[in-house]
Design a protein around this ligand. Structure first.
Ligand code: BGC
Length: 256
């Protein structure tokens, strides 16, 4: 990809799944990567090793996107370690299943805090730095096909991802004049830890695969390639859009 060498990227949730794939890919493309994680550090260490083996540079930062101090510290880490930041990938996310009528308040608060409030204020901290330094930049949110498509049993997740869609559209307009581009990547069914229960439930998995025209789950690399493109110079005129990476799932509504 053109223009990624030497750029500084912050990737949240980069210790596993899609975030790990994105951090590794950006690192391999020559970007310097702030590898954010929560919980245990092993995954983030693996990400950093992969980046270094590819000749790149990574810096691990433990920061919980639901905590305002952590959020500021995460952006500061990029400027302290690498002198600036150019790219923010809001990837950290979670989902919790429950019938709507049984959904506990804590689950609503947690899912919204990780998936929407966190990206909101992390992006704010990132944009303030860019604005003050008069630098352009890229923001990519990892949303989901469920920013648009229903997901019964996951109303909290749908609320958060639908919110992320309008967050992106609003920011594209507000931040365009600052030279900051904002887009969403909407993965479908990707083989990652968030899908552990599904991957272990053969009948459910087969039913889902039957709905995917390409006939397979996606890989983290399928998503990472699109993110790398969107933050490269090849995507210099793209802002305000969602890029669906789902093997055709969203287009495959059929009456049973
Ligand atoms: C969810 C997965 C789901 C997939 C397709 C993703 O956003 O995290 O649990 O399988 O969408 O429905």
């Amino acid at each position: 990809m053109r223009g990624l060498k030497g750029k500084v990227a912050i990737v949240t949730g980069a210790g596993s799944g899609i975030g790990q794939g994105i951090a590794k890919r950006l690192g391999c493309e020559g970007a310097k990567v702030i590898v954010d994680y929560v919980g245990t550090p092993e995954g983030a260490e693996e990400t950093e090793r992969a980046i270094e083996q590819a000749g790149g540079e990574g810096e691990i930062v433990k920061a919980d996107v639901t905590n305002m101090e952590d959020v500021k510290a995460l952006v500061d880490a990029a400027w302290n370690k690498f002198g600036s930041a150019d790219i923010l990938v809001n990837n950290a996310g979670m989902e919790k299943r429950s019938d709507f009528w049984d959904t506990p308040e804590e689950d609503y608060d947690k899912v919204m805090a990780v998936n929407l409030r966190g990206p909101f204020f992390l992006t704010q901290a990132f944009v303030r730095r860019l604005r003050d330094a008069k630098r352009p930049g890229h923001i990519v949110n990892i949303s989901s096909v469920h920013e648009d498509m229903v997901f019964p049993g996951f109303a909290t997740y749908c609320c958060s991802k639908g919110g992320m869609r309008m967050f992106m559209r609003d920011l594209a307009v507000e931040l365009g004049p600052l030279g900051i581009m904002v887009n969403n990547v909407a993965p479908g069914a990707i083989a990652t830890p968030i899908n552990k229960a599904l991957l272990e439930d053969k009948p459910k998995l087969n039913a889902l695969l039957g709905n995917i025209p390409l006939g397979r789950m996606g890989s983290v690399d399928d998503v990472a390639g699109v993110v790398a493109f969107l933050v490269s110079d090849d995507a210099a005129y793209i802002t305000g859009s969602t890029f669906v990476v789902d093997g055709g799932l969203m287009r495959n509504y059929r009456e049973q």
